[in-house]
Design a binder for this molecule. Structure first.
Ligand SMILES: [Zn+2]
Length: 269
């Protein structure tokens, strides 16, 4: 892990990031969002749900609901990651396939992806966005909401005619990593699905220095209703969480993620 990295100048560029649940932004794209902000880019985080089904592991205030707590945690995470604007799409966590929440009328997985993509594209249009980060075709690990986030993100990318970066994890890297389990391991076990991609399917890996890593860890642990600091121990954090992986749709651009400097590590997927 390098001690410091020269940042490209991304002033004047805007990047949209679409995620399914509060905490996904920090776990899968925390370093990337922080580095984009540090490089001067404007970042807009679009959150599809408020993670309604994530039971709180800490007591809530009287009258406080899980989504209220999770949105407050998301706001803190976004602040730590230098996000310029946070937009809530207002859909609801779909939970496990076949579970009671999967048929809720606001369940993200039941939403019309094209209609939601038009909303995301409107935001991208008014922001003049040059790139959109969203889940890859597998939804990183297959959660129905993450798969829907892919369909929304891919359609919005097409509507905007910009470069799309599909968020995933490198399962070969994580298998060999000595840093301990990644949160995606638990999530994939919960969903009983495989996760991530083979290294050769990944176009771009973004890494960061110690400050970016500390920032990512602080953003993850801002979601204190969902996880304890001991779930992401400092020891091994750089190994397990020090890279963020993307598949690319559209051309590589100097004003987008490719400028963060790690594209040379991997062949184009
Ligand atoms: Zn999620």
């Amino acid at each position: 892990m390098p001690t410091s990295l020269p940042e490209p100048d991304l002033r004047g560029h805007t990047v949209l990031a679409l995620h399914a649940h509060p905490d996904d932004e920090s776990i899968f794209t925390g370093i990337t969002l922080r580095r984009l902000a540090d490089a001067g880019a404007r970042t807009v985080l679009v959150m599809a749900t408020a993670g309604e089904l994530g039971e709180s592991r800490v007591p809530l205030r009287p009258g406080e609901t899980v989504p209220e707590r999770r949105v407050a945690e998301l706001e803190r995470s976004a602040e730590l990651l230098g996000v310029s604007r946070l937009v809530l799409l207002g859909r609801r966590d779909s939970g496990a396939p076949g579970g009671p929440a999967s048929t809720h009328h606001r369940a993200l997985a039941l939403g019309d992806p094209l209609q939601l993509a038009r909303r995301v594209a409107e935001i991208g249009d008014e922001e003049g966005a040059c790139a959109l980060l969203h889940d890859d075709e597998h939804g990183v690990y297959g959660h129905p909401d993450h798969r829907t986030a892919f369909r929304i993100g891919a359609a919005a990318t097409d509507l905007l005619g910009i470069t799309g970066y599909g968020v995933t994890v490198d399962r070969e890297y994580l298998h060999l990593s000595e840093g301990g389990p990644h949160l995606v391991h638990g999530a994939a076990a919960w969903a009983a699905v495989p996760y991530g991609r083979a290294t050769c399917e990944i176009a771009l890996a973004v890494t960061g220095d110690q400050a970016h890593l500390a920032c990512k860890r602080a953003a993850i642990t801002a979601h204190a209703s969902q996880l304890d600091e001991s779930d992401v121990p400092v020891e091994g954090f750089a190994d397990t969480y020090g890279y963020e992986w993307f598949r690319r749709r559209g051309r590589a651009g100097p004003g987008v993620l490719d400028a963060l400097g790690n594209a040379h590590l991997f062949a184009t997927a």
